[in-house]
Design a protein around this ligand. Structure first.
Ligand SMILES: [Fe+2]
Length: 228
């Protein structure tokens, strides 16, 4: 759903070898589909869509040539700006798997009004936002019912980062508990950038919640059974 896997586009892999290493690690982690979502900052930083499709094809070709059990689909982690909608409508930034779903992120200190207006605007134009790493928006921590209300109103989806769940500190654990047990968060993703500082840790997160028999958190993994 969310990974910086393509090389030479953002702060993900800096060369083809690093991309290949990340692709292979995904397969080792049991990940079957990965959305290649480099950062996009509409109207602020150019997004080279031609280069994007070229690199996506390169990753897809590598997986098929090497028989890697991994499908790479399109996407972008789109920071919400006043230019976001027009760039999406002009297809100058990719949606998730070429669908109506878009991976959307905000500044860390986004307020309720901006958050809702952005989601409402995209929704009215036929896009379904998937909010990236919902655990980061600290202005909503005190009152998570706001996130729930937005979800009920706009059919938005909330993504959490796996490695946040693996942080061994009390405040992170409490937030994970509140977001999962109140059924606010919907899906896990790796948001991996490389193998050193931000590797994909999907398998570790799955094991972590399996050991704790945390059914609600486990339901946020898209497993083969859920596809069936
Ligand atoms: Fe990201």
């Amino acid at each position: 759903m969310h990974q910086h896997v393509l090389w030479g586009i953002d702060d993900g892999p800096q060369n083809r070898e690093e991309m290949i290493a990340l692709l292979r690690r995904n397969a080792e982690q049991g990940i079957g589909i990965v959305a290649a979502t480099p950062h996009a900052l509409p109207g602020v930083r150019p997004f080279d869509i031609e280069l994007y499709w070229q690199r996506l094809k390169e990753a897809q070709s590598y997986c098929s040539e090497e028989n890697l059990p991994l499908r790479v689909i399109s996407g972008a982690e789109i920071r919400y700006t006043p230019m976001t909608l027009s760039m999406l409508l002009d297809r100058r930034i990719p949606t998730l798997g070429d669908s109506e779903y878009v991976l959307l992120e905000f500044w860390g200190t986004v307020d309720r009004g901006t958050f809702e207006n952005a989601i409402s605007q995209l929704f009215r134009h036929g896009f379904l936002p998937v909010v990236a790493h919902v655990e980061r928006y600290r202005l909503f921590w005190q009152d998570l019912s706001f996130l729930k209300a937005i979800k009920e109103k706009y059919d938005v989806c909330y993504q959490m980062n796996c490695d946040f769940a693996l942080k061994h500190n009390l405040s992170a654990s409490l937030l994970v508990h509140r977001l999962t047990h109140n059924q606010i968060a919907d899906i896990w993703a790796t948001d991996a950038h490389n193998l050193e500082t931000r590797p994909p840790r999907m398998a570790e997160a799955f094991q972590f919640f399996s050991e704790r028999k945390n059914r609600k958190a486990l339901e946020m993994f898209v497993t083969e059974e859920r596809f069936c």
